[in-house]
Design a protein around this ligand. Sequence first.
Ligand code: ADP
Ligand code: MG
Length: 618
Amino acid sequence: MAMIPINLQTGEVQKQQDNVIVGIDLGTTNSLVAVLTDKGPMVVEGDQKDALVPSMIHFEKEGKIRVGWSAKEKVLTDPTRTIFSVKRLMGKSYKDIAGFKDLYSYKVIEEDTDELVKIQIDDKFYSPTELSSMILKELKKRVERHLGQTISKAVITVPAYFNDNQRQATRDAGKLAGLDVLRIINEPTAASLAYGLNKDTSKAQKIAVFDLGGGTFDISILNIENGIFEVLSTNGDTFLGGDDFDRTIMNYWAEIHKLGETPYFQSDIGKQDLRLAAENAKRALTTNESYSVMLANFKLEINQDSFQRISEALVNRTINACQRAINDAQLNPDQIDHVVLVGGSTRMPIIKTAVSKLFGKPANDMLDPDEVVAIGAAIQASVLAGQNKDLLLLDITPLSLGIETVGGLMDVIIPRNTTIPTKAGRQYTTSIDGQKNLKISVYQGERDLVEDNRKLGEFVLKGIPPMPAGLPKIEIQFLINADGILQVKAKELRSNVETQIQINSQYGISEEEMGKMLIESMKNAEQDMAKRVLLEAVNEAKNVLLSSRKFVKQHAELFSVQEVETMNQLADKLELTITSQDKDLINKEVQELNQYAAPLAHKAMDATIQHALKGKKI
Ligand code: ADP
Ligand code: MG
């Protein structure tokens, strides 16, 4: 088992892999792309000589889509059509984001379910994966223009704490952007690679990667031994970043000059100007002793000392998180060999000082903190491209492995290019009341529908005690041993009923065939995604229909005749629409039904609706 070099343009399996592989930092605030050049790994700049692409997307009414700086300009003037921070939504369900819905100025659909989050713009619905793919497409375009050739392979970075779903969503975004994602690597790992910290193989190294970006803070403690990275612990705050420092300065000025009493500062333009002035001040204070600016007849000033005083609480929050991460890794600060600074906000001297003090050693800050993650990804990419043969010798799964879920969708459990031996699992539930048996079909391949993939086998989990749909907790575990033998186990966790099969996943398939399967998956990525979102919308609509009809029947006496009638009308309408093949219309009507049902559900305290909507159905 090894990596299969294929040329996605010609569709040929290559003996010599000479295609460029790019490294991508897909950030919450900014994204970058880097490639290996004669002078080493370098980030690719755009026309404006800037390496950063703001991770923002603007949808014009007429349908034109802008990504990057031109989208960022619209965030205040056209907030409902400007997407930012989409990374926070990747692989998340509505329940996962219940705590921070208010953060968004655009419309994130509100539902209290385990369904994956969708974003609404006019009558269209987008998944975070689709939105992220637009940012990736922009980066792809940028490199292609720079290199004068098409590219199709990438390494993409994600935070160390990203779970399986979030990683898979990132892979899917890559595929949708026309990129074969050879590896997803952790951002702190990439930063350590950029600093070459993996090169000292004489002894194990403990590394702390301190990453303070625009809106998030991550601290990761890594162990590097013989070139292998292990995450010992992660900590941080998903709502702490450079933006909070900007806000502190805004509040400071607002208080001194009583800006709240000036109408200008209540307007969108005034607020925007104040925010920009605060960010400029913060940036200026990285090199200057003080900063001042005239704004609406106010002289706004700040110096190092005051900035340090007002931002002390924020700095302390980062330091406390570091301490927790060090404790979790069962280390003392002085056992950390290297500290690496990542993210634009680590340019602030107050951060550098606090971090160096905690660890008792100066932090690595030679590389541009905006660029280190992308640079590291490009280094990993160059390793995969064959500059360093060692890593290629590791055995990997050449194709993704997964199971069939409702509607014939492929749910990947072990993504391709995972090094083996490996183990992964996920929980599922039933879709029919009282379901006793559950068929588990195992597939190999990269397509969204199982019918386009290769079936490896199937088995039945028998004897599940009768329970309402959605209640059983069925854990599916995939284990691949060093010989590539796949063992699939299914266990119902409430009753402990279990069964398993063994499959030789490599048997009966040639490298050429695998190469063909990959090419097909890239060629069909857009159609596949369209089919997937339609199927997902239909599945969701069916669930909502089922539960809302049940709900009305059970609680009819609580509602007025009018309410029952409206519920039934909305349900009937949705039932018809399900067959329409129009996912946006289906989503819209699901939302209408949900919105109408929400206050009724509050009325009926023991809402059965909760019951019926748990987990993915097989
Ligand atoms: P992310 O990883 O979330 O995409 P970045 O690493 O690009 O974010 O960091 C963006 C943040 O860095 C912004 O809040 C920006 O204001 C801040 N930043 C950039 N340059 C400086 C500077 N010189 N001084 C202070 N903060 C800076
Ligand atoms: Mg970042």
